[in-house]
Design a protein around this ligand. Structure first.
Ligand SMILES: CC(C)(COP(=O)(O)OP(=O)(O)OC[C@H]1O[C@@H](n2cnc3c(N)ncnc32)[C@H](O)[C@@H]1OP(=O)(O)O)[C@@H](O)C(=O)NCCC(=O)NCCS
Length: 180
C-alpha cells in the first residue's frame, strides 16, 4: 500500500522491508533512544519486526507510522506517527517522532509534524492531537509548543526508561487553535 504526504523538503511515506537498514542505522543511537520507547541497542531485527506492525496500522488506518525521507534521497532518516486514532468519534490521536542525529536542528521534524497535523485535522477531521513527552526532553516540548501545543498535564512517574521512572508532560493542540 503506497501512502505519501509531500512537504517542501521532505516526504512522509509508508515503510517496507527495504527500509530496515536505514531505520536501524538512524534509530540505533543513544541520543535518539533516550526519551522514547525505542529499544537500545536497536537492531536490524527490531526494524524488521516493527515494519509489518507499521504496515498493518496503515492498512487498518488505526496508526499512521510513516518514514521521513528527504525529497532528494529516498532513504528513511526518521519516523513520525499518529497513533491511537479515535476514528469513530473523530476525537483525538497521539503524535510521536524521532529523527537521525545527523539531521537535527534543521527544522525537519517541525516540517514533518506540520504535515502530520494537516493530515490529522483536515483529512481525518480530528478535533485534537496530543503528545506525551518525558520531562527531561525539553527539545521536544519546545518543538511542540512552537507548533501551538499547550501543556495540559503532568503525569508523575508515568513511564519507565532504562529502569528509571520518568515524569511525563502531556501536551495538546485543538483543531481550532491550529494555524497551518
Ligand atoms: C526531538 C527531535 C525529534 C527534534 O527534531 P529536530 O528536527 O531537530 O527539531 P527541529 O529542528 O524541527 O526543531 C524545532 C524546535 O525545537 C526545539 N529544539 C529541537 N531540538 C532541540 C535541542 N536539541 N535543544 C533545544 N531545543 C531544541 C527548538 O526550539 C527548535 O527550533 P530552533 O531550531 O529554531 O531553535 C530530535 O531531537 C529527536 O529525534 N530526539 C530524539 C527522539 C525524541 O526525543 N523524540 C520525541 C519523543 S516525545
Amino acid at each position: 500500500m503506497k501512502f505519501e504526504i509531500k512537504g517542501k523538503r521532505i516526504i512522509l511515506r509508508n515503510i517496507g522491508k527495504c527500509d530496515a537498514n536505514s531505520i536501524y542505522k538512524h534509530a540505533n543511537d543513544k541520543k535518539v533512544f533516550r526519551y522514547t520507547t525505542l529499544p537500545y541497542p536497536y537492531t536490524k531485527k527490531d526494524a524488521l519486526e516493527f515494519i509489518p506492525i507499521a504496515q498493518k496500522g496503515l492498512r487498518e488506518q488505526t496508526d499512521y507510522e510513516l518514514g521521513i525521507a528527504m525529497k532528494d534521497e529516498d532513504s528513511i532518516i526518521g519516523m513520525i506517527a499518529l497513533k491511537h486514532i479515535d476514528r469513530e468519534n473523530k476525537l483525538s490521536a497521539e503524535i510521536g517522532y524521532w529523527l537521525g542525529v545527523k539531521y537535527w536542528r534543521q527544522g525537519i521534524t517541525s516540517e514533518a509534524a506540520g504535515l502530520m497535523l494537516d493530515f490529522a485535522f483536515y483529512d481525518l477531521n480530528l478535533n485534537k492531537v496530543f503528545a506525551k513527552v518525558m520531562e527531561p526532553n525539553q527539545a521536544s516540548v519546545k518543538l511542540l509548543q512552537k507548533l501551538g501545543f499547550k501543556k495540559e498535564g503532568f503525569l508523575r512517574k508515568h513511564e519507565k526508561r532504562n529502569g528509571v521512572w520518568m515524569n511525563v508532560i502531556y501536551l495538546g493542540l485543538l483543531k481550532k487553535e491550529y494555524k497551518k
